[in-house]
Design a protein around this ligand. Sequence first.
Ligand SMILES: Nc1ncnc2c1ncn2[C@@H]1O[C@H](COP(=O)(O)OP(=O)(O)OP(=O)(O)O)[C@@H](O)[C@H]1O
Length: 240
Amino acid sequence: MIQLSFVTKLYNSNNFGLVIEELEIPTGEIVGVLGANGSGKTTFLKSVMGLGELKRGEVLIAGKPVMEQYHNIAFITEEGSYLSHLTPLMYGEFLSVFFPKFNMEKYIKLLKYFDINTKNKIRTFSKGQKSKVEICAGFSKGAKYILLDEPFLGKDMFTRQDFLKMMISILRTDETILISSHFVNEIENIIDRALIFERGRIQGDYYIDDLREEGKELSEVMKTISGYQENKYQNAMKLI
Ligand SMILES: Nc1ncnc2c1ncn2[C@@H]1O[C@H](COP(=O)(O)OP(=O)(O)OP(=O)(O)O)[C@@H](O)[C@H]1O
């Protein structure tokens, strides 16, 4: 279970950061962290991960402060944490030292699945390939909480599909996943719940099954919450 209470994070007077009064994410849920650019998704994931100071509030993971749970969390970001002078194989060996539950066999299987050459230096890889290494490592750490910030960024259509299939096939029921993405239609089929951010607040919290029962589309709900104006371009273009 991930619990946030009265969490406030401010960047400066212009930027709202994050404001969450109460949020509980039960163990085993796959949660989509959604919203327009700048709505607060990364800030939220970083706050759960304990990165950056909160102005007030508390984040608990399985009842403990996040600092006591680092061994149980994998944070997979676009920035990546790999050491680019290493090969994926060496990187796996490096991670085994720090993560006692690191599963080398699973890591190598995942690298193969994504067609990653395990013997070339990571710095010679493309952006998408580097990010795949990060995903393989993140899912092999034996972490119970997996946070993914935009795992689809820079991934081709086939990789995105392969990634989703991989995730569904290897996840156990005791793993909790938070995944931010702009590919709403693609992740809609794998998430249990959608948190929709707008200006640093959760403006929508929906279980996908409930939306389906009500005959609603997640992308439509998001449009309403984000206040998307279909005709905005018309006025903007008049200025040019
Ligand atoms: N280090 C920072 N200093 C000041 N403001 C920041 C900082 N990081 C983020 N912000 C601001 O906080 C708000 C939320 O940013 P955040 O990166 O969480 O959005 P996001 O939903 O992940 O966006 P995107 O989809 O574009 O990646 C934005 O207004 C952004 O400008």
